[in-house]
Design a binder for this molecule. Structure first.
Ligand SMILES: *[C@@H]1O[C@H](CO)[C@@H](O)[C@H](O)[C@H]1NC(C)=O
Ligand SMILES: *[C@@H]1O[C@H](CO)[C@@H](O)[C@H](O)[C@H]1NC(C)=O
Ligand SMILES: *[C@@H]1O[C@H](CO)[C@@H](O)[C@H](O)[C@H]1NC(C)=O
Ligand SMILES: *[C@@H]1O[C@H](CO)[C@@H](O)[C@H](O)[C@H]1NC(C)=O
Length: 431
């Protein structure tokens, strides 16, 4: 073997062995990445994390307002050599603000150990809560430079709530829990910011099929080389002083916590350029949710929106509404554009005078196998906890960056007008 080929071999093996102390500097990811899919039968957005020893893929439903990672620990499925329950009064219990301390008769096994603290986690899909044993286990995630997949980054002891799936019947097929991104110390952005030293922020780019979720610092780049993180305009994240967590049990300590979900300030709604007269009685604020499939409006707001929209689109034949929508039209009577069906614009004018524009692709929903398209906003009823919940369909093919550290949300508006989509991240690994 020649000298130069030995050098090449050395360099090659150096590249292959991911030594954490290469050149004396540990590898530090600036961002990590998760692929997202949408489950067509439940409309849930799902990601797969890698957890346990040996590492196992675990499908979880994404809840951006969720408190923690809640993973089903039912036997015999949960097997791990690195599972560690959080002992009473340990730093993990303190981080989760859990003051409980209990024994479990059926153990020892994951989710059932003596002298451990537990964490109540809200399953917002079920609108119910569940107690799970607080625990840590090994976790692995791909890093990214924003354009491509990078190395696998490991966290030896990621905190989660180890629950049981008996409440999981509304979760999509194969889903084993909830992946929470809320404003708590136990959500994924906080845990990864602490363990990996990445910025405490995340960005979601959802679509009706494949999407992507970034944690940490941008850029975020989609094929064909479009830096979507440059398209953001920002509005502040507001704190709703009233907790919005489930279940509604006053004695749970979390009910004295301010909202862990992401609220923004909505100043007005415009339809076809005209500002609606909104009854200011709508209270509870405006939040962004990945769990509601469509934007839910309190009745008075819903009525104002549909009235103005119907007026603006009066030339298009109406058809019988298809639940859960109240306004549907003959799809073939609407022109189609790169940004979806050609309909009047729906605009949310937010604090800081940021306008979030919903074009047809986000405001309208095609009904399967029919010539029907409906206005994709839903009447939530007269009495609601939150007047406006911006739901998944309205978020698709928009980049939203939740900068938890700086308390602001960035919006790109529709990427369809930028000749890319949220399905365009290059997930191909380098050879
Ligand atoms: C379209 O079909 C899917 C899968 O059956 C269903 O989940 C979804 O609700 C349907 N959409 C509409 C608007 O009916
Ligand atoms: C848990 O504690 C109970 C008594 O409080 C005891 O009977 C049981 O054996 C303990 N289980 C384990 C696994 O130590
Ligand atoms: C808000 O923005 C709109 C359009 O960009 C502009 O016409 C309007 O004057 C702005 N209003 C304020 C209060 O800055
Ligand atoms: C995607 O990334 C891979 C790995 O870096 C690269 O080889 C490939 O050319 C990229 N695909 C496109 C369409 O740019």
């Amino acid at each position: 073997m020649s000298y130069s080929s030995i050098i090449l071999l050395l360099i090659f093996s150096l590249l292959l062995s991911i030594t954490p102390t290469m050149a004396g500097k540990p590898f530090r990811a600036r961002a990590v990445i998760l692929p997202v899919t949408k489950d067509p039968s439940t409309n849930q957005y799902i990601s797969t994390i890698f957890q346990r020893t040996p590492l196992k893929p675990v499908k979880l439903t994404i809840d951006i307002g969720g408190k923690a990672l809640w993973v089903a620990c039912d036997k015999p499925e949960y097997v791990s050599a690195t599972y560690r329950p959080a002992l009473c009064h340990s730093p993990q219990c303190k981080l989760a603000k859990s003051t409980s301390c209990g024994n479990c008769w059926d153990g020892p096994r994951p989710g059932c150990n003596n002298d451990t603290c537990s964490n109540v986690v809200y399953n917002t899909v079920e609108k119910s809560g569940q107690i799970g044993e607080l625990a840590t286990d090994a976790f692995a995630i791909r890093s990214t430079d924003g354009s491509n997949l990078g190395r696998v980054t490991r966290v030896p002891n990621l905190l989660f709530s180890c629950g049981s799936l008996f409440l999981g019947e509304k979760l999509a097929n194969g889903v084993k829990g909830i992946l929470g991104f809320g404003r708590t110390e136990t959500s994924l952005p906080s845990l990864l910011s602490n363990s990996l030293g990445i910025a405490k922020k995340f960005a979601i780019c959802l679509s009706s099929s494949k999407g992507v979720l970034f944690l940490g610092t941008g850029p975020y780049v989609m094929l064909p080389g479009i830096t979507i993180s440059n398209l953001l305009t920002y509005t502040p994240i507001l704190t709703n002083p009233i907790s919005t967590v489930y279940p509604v049990i006053k004695d749970f300590p979390d009910h004295s916590w301010p909202s862990m979900e992401y609220f923004i300030g909505l100043n007005s709604i415009k339809i076809n350029g005209k500002t609606l007269k909104l009854n200011k009685k709508g209270n509870g604020g405006t939040k962004i949710s990945t769990v509601e499939p469509y934007t839910v409006l309190q009745t008075s707001i819903y009525n104002a929106v549909t009235k103005a929209f119907t007026k603006a689109i009066s030339r298009v034949p109406k058809v019988d509404p298809v639940a859960p929508f109240g306004m549907c039209y003959k799809a073939s009577s609407l022109g189609s554009t790169r940004l979806g069906p050609g309909v009047p614009l729906v605009e949310f004018v937010l604090q800081n005078n940021v306008t979030w524009t919903f074009f047809g692709a986000n405001s309208m929903v095609y009904v399967n196998n029919s010539d029907v398209v409906c206005l994709g906003f839903v009447d939530g009823g007269k009495k609601v906890r939150t007047s406006i919940v911006i739901g998944g369909h309205q978020l698709e093919d928009n980049l939203l960056e939740f900068d938890v550290g700086r308390l602001r949300v960035g919006f790109s508006s529709s990427l369809l007008g930028r000749r890319t989509t949220c399905g365009n991240f290059n997930f191909t690994s380098r050879a």
